[in-house]
Design a protein around this ligand. Structure first.
Ligand SMILES: C[S@@+](CC[C@H](N)C(=O)[O-])C[C@H]1O[C@@H](n2cnc3c(N)ncnc32)[C@H](O)[C@@H]1O
Length: 271
């Protein structure tokens, strides 16, 4: 396939070609450049249009203007070419999720990590996904395992609304979603879980007490964390600080989010 760089030769100077981003995310049919250099601002529409011509699945091209932030972990984007829309349908691991890419958190880069978790699930498990966003973890688990029930809790009302729609879209019968703060809603469920997934790397450690209260005796917990490559063991310290007896199952580096900085998942079993 012809690369974006090759297709832009003659339309961008060699200096501009040098700073052309090499990577972008694709969510549904929206392509998003995470880092778009200021020097290319005047050429952004040309770049976006060429990308749409090259890739039939892309209808909209956008650039991130503000990184993930705030309690809902959302980003700001600017559309630079194609259809003026921020809602799309993304397919992954046998599940489909509709979402607004600006109003909800979603990362297509975590697809293989979500499948890794789904494949660990044993027949009949009850699962709690804290911070469930547009429902992608619960749905990938429901579609790729024999879990009994999968519960998701999400604070962002817009993400929760999409998640509810996504459950209907995927015709799953064992996914149940709750809108609200994990700290309040997990206890209200009055249910104990075999497996708890905590995909809020920025502060999941603060919710460990809550996970312990909702866990069955030998439950497995997956705690996500952000760590520098030289300090991966800090993720384990967060578990040790709160959990008295556990068996460490795995520490998985599941993606780089900045130079030298990783998203890490600590898998552990309560003892
Ligand atoms: C990093 S995102 C992960 C979303 C989803 N699991 C995914 O992988 O796409 C974290 C999510 O947690 C939600 N969130 C943050 N604090 C929360 C809380 N106290 N209770 C429930 N959800 C929360 C945010 O709104 C956001 O959607």
């Amino acid at each position: 396939m012809v690369s974006l760089r090759d297709s832009l030769k003659g339309r961008l100077s060699s200096k501009e070609l040098e700073v052309l981003p090499r990577a972008f995310d694709i969510i549904g049919n929206i392509a998003i450049f995470s880092e778009f250099p200021k020097e290319l601002e005047k050429k952004e529409k040309i770049i976006g249009n060429v990308l749409i011509k090259l890739n039939k699945n892309i209808r909209t091209v956008a650039k991130k203007t503000k990184v993930h932030g705030g309690k809902y972990r959302t980003k700001k984007i600017k559309i630079i070419a194609g259809e003026d829309k921020k809602e799309t349908l993304h397919k992954e691991n046998g599940a489909a999720v509709k979402l607004d890419v600006e109003k909800c958190y979603f990362s297509p880069r975590l697809g293989s990590e979500r499948l890794r978790i789904a494949r660990l699930v044993k027949r009949g498990e009850d699962i709690l996904v804290m911070f469930s966003g547009v429902g992608i973890y619960p749905l990938v688990i429901a579609k790729n395992s024999d879990a009994k029930e999968v519960y998701g809790i999400e604070l962002n009302p817009i993400a929760h609304r999409y998640a509810a729609e996504n459950v209907r879209l995927n015709k799953t019968r064992n996914v149940f979603l709750i809108k609200g703060d994990v700290k309040k809603e997990a206890a209200k469920l009055k249910k104990k879980f075999d497996r708890i997934i905590m995909p809020l790397p920025k502060s999941a450690g603060d919710f460990l007490d809550c996970a312990l209260a909702a866990a069955k005796k030998n439950a497995v917990i997956h705690l996500y964390d952000f760590e520098h490559e030289d300090e991966i063991e800090n993720a384990l310290e967060k578990v040790k600080n709160k959990v008295r007896k556990f068996k460490l199952l795995n520490v998985v580096k599941c993606g780089q989010y900045a130079p030298g900085a990783y998203r890490v998942c600590v898998d552990f079993k309560l003892q």
